[in-house]
Unconditional design. Sequence first.
Length: 109
Amino acid sequence: MSAIAATPEPPYYAVIFTSLQSDQLEGYGETAEAMLSLATEQPGFLGIEAAREGVGITVSYWRDLQSIRNWKQQADHREAQRRGRSDWYRAYTTRIAKVERDYSFPNPI
């Protein structure tokens, strides 16, 4: 991912996933790609941005809190979460925030 997500006018929500990877990453890349593809198909999904250099930060954008709850409960995503806890991450934090204002330069859309 090397683009800035094109989000609508606020308000909308951001799920900020900050992580430290473990040394065991077998299957991680394939699962991450599959989750990205699956997330884009979910009702309420607006976009995603990610960066990793030591600490990984992935921000996904959602129309509303119900869309976030639905994504958290999606069966394949639940399995990826389980694998993340057991294999891929030493630590992570998930934060959910309401975006009330945004601005850009230049207009990335």
